[in-house]
Design a protein around this ligand. Structure first.
Ligand code: SF4
Length: 284
């Protein structure tokens, strides 16, 4: 039944068909993540004119170009900074950020921390493929231990980053994780994040089949996605020494949630109160 509904959803109505063919490699998980996002937006009856998608640099960052909405392809690591200004100035828009693990956690890591802390009403989708795919396969903050990349030819020796733990610790209103293997579950998680009145951080474990998969001899794209369902997957969380959720297991679904006041609402209320007080005093 769920698969029937997935088949019923016509992704083309949210795509810029004139941009096809897309640039993604065969089997890349990012296409599945994009479909899940568009499916979630469709189920929310999202008006495309009221949708803004901001993305940074990298394979994940290219996805905004294919979405038939108001889209912004911005500088490396700064998608959350641009999106924060947009969400604050245009509360009538639904603002979505699409970012990769390098874009969001390395050069953009500081923006992520403060976006979580600030709690503006926007949704950040971080597609984690454990590598800088577009720029040639360099190590990223989520590359698992011992995995090969072009900059770790002897295997990665750095501990990897648990992005969801970081987002939860920094106060994000909604934190969740899902794998691309579970498309309907991923769509539901994204929908829940989109409906959350505050900052939602969603990590999607999405395979880079061509660069990361090939380098580490992880098999075909089908074999790679099947690893997401088994303990064979070289997950960024299997080697985390003190995983805050379930050590050595991949915690998915909604991982943290709070109902802190949304920043934009609090800001606008404060501005209205200051203006009212000034008017009472006879000023402007
Ligand atoms: S390089 Fe990797 S992440 Fe980028 S499009 Fe190809 S498979 Fe996808």
């Amino acid at each position: 039944m769920i698969l029937d509904k997935a088949a019923d959803f016509d992704v083309r109505k949210y795509l810029r068909l004139e941009m096809m063919p897309h640039f993604l490699c065969p089997g890349c998980g990012h296409g599945i993540a994009l479909r899940a996002l568009l499916w979630a937006l469709d189920e929310l009856d999202q008006d495309k004119d009221k949708l803004a998608v901001v993305s940074g640099i990298g394979c994940a960052g290219r996805l905004s170009a294919y979405i038939d909405a108001n889209t912004f392809h911005v500088t490396h690591g700064r998608a959350l900074a641009y999106a924060s200004g947009l969400a604050l100035a245009r509360a009538d828009l639904r603002v979505v950020v699409i970012s990769g693990d390098g874009d969001c956690l390395a050069i953009g890591g500081n923006h992520l921390i403060h976006a979580c802390r600030r709690n503006l009403n926007l949704t950040c989708l971080m597609l984690n493929n454990e590598v800088y795919g577009m720029t040639g396969g360099q190590v990223s903050p989520t590359t698992s231990a011992a995995m090969l990349t072009t900059t770790t030819p002897l295997g990665n020796s750095e501990p990897s980053f648990d992005a969801c733990a970081l987002a939860a610790a920094a106060g994000a209103g909604f934190v969740g994780r899902e794998v691309t293997y579970h498309l309907p579950k991923l769509k539901e998680l994204i929908k829940a994040g989109l409906e959350h009145p505050g900052f939602a951080f969603i990590e999607v474990l999405s395979d880079c089949t061509e660069i990361f998969g090939r380098k580490n001899e992880l098999g075909s794209s089908a074999e790679m996605i099947m690893r997401q369902t088994s303990d064979l997957r070289p997950s960024a969380y299997r080697d985390t020494v003190e995983a805050p959720f379930r050590p050595n297991e991949l915690a998915t679904g909604v991982l943290a949630r709070n109902d802190r006041p949304e920043y934009g609402t609090a800001y606008r209320n404060a501005a209205r109160a200051i203006k009212a007080a000034a008017e009472r005093r006879g000023g402007k």
